[in-house]
Ligand binder design. Sequence first.
Ligand SMILES: N[C@@H](CCC(=O)N[C@@H](CS)C(=O)NCC(=O)O)C(=O)O
Length: 304
Amino acid sequence: MSEFILHQYQLSPFSEKVRLMLGYAGLDWRAVTVGEVPPRPALEMLTGGYRRIPVAQIGADVFCDTRLIAREIAQLANRPELALENNSDEVQAFVRETDLEMFLACIIATSGPGMLVKLARNTSIRNTLRFLKDRVGIGRNARVPSMSLGQAREKLQAHLERLEKMLEQEFLFGSTPCIADFSAYHSLWYVRDLTGKPLVQPFERVNAWMDRMKAFGHGNLSEMTADQALEEARKAEPRAIGQQGSDPLLGRTVSIAPEDYARDPVVGTLVAVQPEVWTISRATPELGALHVHLPRRGFRIRDV
Ligand SMILES: N[C@@H](CCC(=O)N[C@@H](CS)C(=O)NCC(=O)O)C(=O)O
């Protein structure tokens, strides 16, 4: 069976969410480290344009968005609690809110030079300036409700107070972790461990829970080059599609893109429509046929 490959970079919170899930699930996996800023030519060959990070790959199957990546991990490791749809409505609503609104609140609440200095130290000043320009561009083209620094700090404070109450138990929704813990963790990891801002410090239980989460580690990973990942895709065929579903767009060329930010589309033939997932097939001259899997919720599809 093809290996589980994660295209990611160290400073990416959503990558950290998945790295930690892989540690929790105890899976062996391969990491391809991509740049913090596009162009990412190898990854673009795989996704066909989706630009957010991380992206997972198993042979010639490409999974966009951590919700779908988590689903794959859940299946591979028999950890159903990592797949959103296996959780209660309450957990699902919590995950949706933390992965979008709270993530943005954490980024805005900690805005300032801290993170950029870290990036400049890890890479170069030139890369940091490119990063800044790129992220300003994402912000300008985003379709998310705007939030001032003050509002973001208030949101974060209320979130932390809520988590502190929830953490009378070991994990957010019980005595064992579920997808909600990983969703809540990664944004706070950014705040506490990457930017070093003392905003999480006063919350004793949240800190202890973050340490418990961190202790899952990243599992058994080994690095792989982007070229090796492309070779894996070239060697493989997309896996068989279980249920094709029914939709008037099936078999047509469609464009699918996130609705909120970094809204770059992927174009291909729609080959499966499942309750949570769209799958499009892309015939590429370099890699042969690829299947790109994208979530339905929060994405829009167009007949092109
Ligand atoms: N909903 C997406 C969000 C992913 C996301 O926002 N990733 C950030 C990095 S943590 C990103 O792609 N930023 C722009 C970039 O890295 O090019 C998911 O769950 O995967």
